[in-house]
Design a protein around this ligand. Structure first.
Ligand code: FAD
Ligand code: NAD
Length: 467
């Protein structure tokens, strides 16, 4: 067996692991990253990037299709189209091209930082030793410090095991044809992002959600415009409903709501009921790390219960977001390089790429109230924003949650077409401890959706201009 000695060994080259590797290499640590599949992890290969590519293609197709469906053949903006068509195989090829380009980018960046990327399965022998199996050849790696960045995997329902028809997001992102009837079980992030896309591509979509409303992680005011749009798109929504069985023979999904069973026709069933930590296959049992609710427990340096063993990204639990994973990866590299850093982020923004998009940073009105911060909540509607009107999308609003007494911005949220790009302004404001006065006094370019943020803050001060 080959033997290797390194200062830092990282298991997994997803957003958490590869960012940790790049920064560690840049800071002069001898670093090895082991990846069993492709660099970039879930996010780049079967998550964030391919899903956003599909959402984009679906939006374009839907717009063209709407033009071709106008009553008099001409849209309100004067555009007419004979017939909209899509070649899904070509769409998938285009999406795979983007993924491939980014795979190569990640490998290149690791190389540029002097990091050794090994393709293989990593398995702990003890807290300082990992064996990597690469094409049947084993290498024993001794490392001063080890970072676990093995990510997450889709939750499978025991009543609906994955097969050719019942699939996870990974398969849905590689469908070779658009299912005529698609049932989506789980109306959270993935279910709604992908469900909306397939509805726009022409599928008859039914969303089955066990809670009493979709996107239960967001408040009802924020999700209302998304529900309106789903209705416009012809998506059927069943809440407070459980999917209990799928019959391959007649392609029917049986669902149950308060003891009432019914059947939904479905060529494919997409199960998106959450993701769980990838805890098996790399020897967690050999290490006996402390876990909490099924995820690896960490401290403010992302150190696990074992000294010298760190964990970052989805394996450490919610929020399971790529940008949080990257921030943790960077933090651990800097900590191990001797810098005085610990987790001190004021907020982790979240964007749900539904139609319209939802963006949040900091505290929601309910969270601020629960924390007894006496919040003031102000919303500015996109119906009063020129840019939104000119984009033919005036649904949605910007909302600011501020502290009544001090004017400190506690939280910022928005729902609207294209508002994901407001996430930078939102998190910057919160990270810098802005007051509503600071945002209100900042010149925002016209005409942009971001003026909604300035107007919401002016409104919070009682000095709105356009509302
Ligand atoms: P992962 O990306 O899962 O990477 C872990 C890596 O470890 C994998 O490549 C795996 O092969 C490797 N590995 C595991 N075990 C071993 C082993 N024993 N040896 C070697 N290698 C191993 N987040 C966002 O912020 N924005 C989005 O828009 C977004 N969209 C998403 C869409 C979908 C459909 C999905 C599924 C997820 C999405 N996410 C999004 C979530 C995001 O993908 C994850 O939060 C992110 O990938 C977590 O990064 P990670 O590095 O912790 O884990
Ligand atoms: P999720 O937690 O967002 O949604 C799961 C949904 O399934 C919830 O609404 C839940 O109530 C419902 N559910 C649970 N069990 C059910 C059952 N038996 N029957 C019907 N419904 C059920 O999870 P997800 O959509 O699978 O996404 C996983 C993670 O991936 C998310 O937590 C998120 O962090 C990440 N993600 C992020 C983005 C983004 O940032 N834009 C996009 C996709 C995924």
């Amino acid at each position: 067996m080959k033997v290797l000695q390194t200062q830092l060994l990282i298991i997994g080259a997803g957003p958490a692991g590869y960012v940790c590797g790049i920064r560690a290499g840049q800071l002069g640590l001898s670093t090895v990253v082991v990846e069993q599949r492709k660099p970039g992890g879930t996010c780049l290969n079967v998550g964030c990037i391919p899903s956003k590519a599909l959402i984009h293609a679906a939006n374009e197709f839907h717009t063209v299709r709407e033009f071709s469906h106008q009553g008099d053949g001409v849209s309100a903006s004067g555009i007419s189209v004979q017939e909209a068509r899509i070649d899904l195989a070509k769409t998938m090829q285009w999406k795979d091209g983007i993924v491939g380009q980014l795979n190569a980018g990640v490998s290149g960046l690791l190389k540029k930082s002097g990091v050794q990327l090994m393709q293989g399965d990593a398995r702990f022998e003890d807290g300082k030793t990992v064996v990597v199996t690469e094409n049947g050849v084993e290498t024993r790696i001794h490392a001063d410090n080890i970072v676990i960045a093995t990510g997450s995997e889709p939750v499978e329902l025991s009543d609906l095991p994955f097969n050719d028809s019942v699939v996870s997001s990974t398969d849905a992102l590689s469908f070779n044809e658009i299912p005529a009837q698609l049932a989506v079980v789980g109306g959270g992030y993935i279910g709604l992002e992908l469900g909306t896309s397939f509805a726009k591509l022409g599928s008859k979509v039914t969303v089955v959600e066990s809670e009493d409303r979709l996107l239960p992680q967001y408040d009802a005011e924020l999700t209302a415009p998304v529900l309106d749009r789903l209705q416009l798109l012809g998506v059927s929504v069943l809440t407070h409903t459980q999917a209990i069985a799928f019959s391959e023979s007649d392609h029917m999904l049986t669902v149950k709501e308060s003891d009432q069973e019914r059947k939904i026709p479905a060529d494919k069933v997409l199960v998106t009921v959450g993701r769980r930590a990838r805890l098996t296959g790399w020897g967690l049992t050999e290490l006996s790390l402390t876990t909490k609710d099924g995820f690896v427990d960490i401290d403010e340096h992302c150190q696990t219960s074992m000294r010298g063993v760190f964990a970052i990204g989805d394996i450490t639990g919610e929020p399971m977001l790529a940008h949080r994973a990257m921030a943790q990866g960077e933090l651990v590299a800097r900590h191990l390089a001797g810098q005085n850093v610990s987790w001190d982020k004021q907020c982790i923004p979240a964007v749900c790429f539904t139609d319209p998009e939802i963006v949040t940073a900091g505290l929601s009105p309910d969270q601020a109230t629960e924390q007894q911060l006496a919040p003031k909540v102000t919303t500015f509607p996109f119906t009063a924003n020129g840019r939104a009107l000119s984009l033919q999308r005036d649904d949605g609003f910007v909302r600011v949650v501020s502290q009544q007494e001090t004017n400190v911005v506690l939280g910022l949220q928005a729902v609207g077409a294209g508002v994901s790009e407001l996430s930078a302004a939102f998190s910057l404001a919160i990270e810098m401890g802005a007051l509503v006065d600071d945002i209100a006094a900042t010149i925002h370019a016209h005409p942009t959706l971001s003026e909604g943020l300035q107007e919401a803050c002016l409104k919070a001060l009682g000095t709105a201009l356009h509302n």
